[in-house]
Design a protein around this ligand. Sequence first.
Ligand SMILES: *Cc1c(COP(=O)(O)O)cnc(C)c1O
Length: 406
Amino acid sequence: MKATDRPFLPYGRQLIEEEEIDAVTSVLRSDYLTTGPIVEAFEEKLASTTGALHAISTSSGTAALHISALAIGLKPGDIAIAPSMTFLSTVNAALYAGADVVFADVDPDTGLMTSEGLEKALHSAGERARALFVVHLNGQTANMAGLAQVPTFDRLNVIEDACHALGGMHSDLDGKMVAVGSNAFAQMSIFSFHPVKTVAMGEGGAITTNDIKLATRLRTLRNIGMTHDPASFQSRDQAFDSHGSANPWYYEMAILGLNYRASAIHCAIGMTQLGKLRRFVDKRSALVRRYRERLAKLAPLIRPLPEVTWCKPAWHLFVVLIDFAAFGCKRADVMRVLYERGIGTQVHYIPVHRQPYYRERYGDLDLPGTDAYYEKVLSLPLFVSMTNDDVDFVVSELCSVLGEVK
Ligand SMILES: *Cc1c(COP(=O)(O)O)cnc(C)c1O
């Protein structure tokens, strides 16, 4: 195929088939556009997929992160530890709850939080450290068993941002492989179903947990803080009549929540997509293997991410580390020329601590692993409907562009 005949290859995109369209139209013909049976079915399917006891759907991954911070009672004066090499929302979640963040550095080759990075962050956070957000970047997990060895890990509320890693596995403390989201080390795991993620539902997110109290609190928080459950009513005089029956109109708000519900329309898409998770993950893995084969001869100037030993990844992004300096070229120019040739690339991520909001709050920080990773990363196209031929095209264009652009 000539380059000009090819459809543009974005760095990521959803695959929507007839089943998703049918699922949406059947919701539109039903009684429930929001809440209702499909939302519960989606949550049950996500719980069984991840092996967690409870799953709570939300309107986005950001919303899920926000209420996870509220659910653990994170508050002003507290510190949450988080990597800077992540999407904005992971860190923002702590700030939404009024807490502060101390950034933990990451491995310069994988972008994943390290035990040393965590230890150093804990040291500067001191007594105020309350929560830890760990990010499973690109589809590989952080070494949770390793992080759990860090003294005082047990005193932290641990939240895994697993938005990149649905469908992956990682080892628990005994070295047994468990599903991402099963919460072997964490109170909660967070997922996003934005169209660029492995499972898409338009906008959507979820939290998994094994703690029934947290699950109940999260359901209340995503529903404006409102409950209809008589067992939890506090204002007995208002809630019950003289015979002790709950008043039929009565609802109660004891905590401040938000409307972060996912609609039934979105959950119908998510439900159908979840049924395809294995196929999606396997196809992405096959494309990654193809990329790795094609790129092998180009090391060390262009390197795919090293594969860590403690997880079975579910690749969300295909990231290469490129020594742009050695090629004598600029990443921006390479991205522009690739774009002109029909190839979308992206940088995941600009370190959060470099954002003006965070610089104003915390000044210029020294996170050498994070900065070294950021210097080199480039995400190449990876999505389910890509072909091996597309992969070969991307690799050959990347090589020729790196050779040409000065
Ligand atoms: C996508 C993503 C989020 C936010 O999810 P949204 O659904 O877009 O709000 C948070 N963290 C990470 C690591 C993500 O990739």
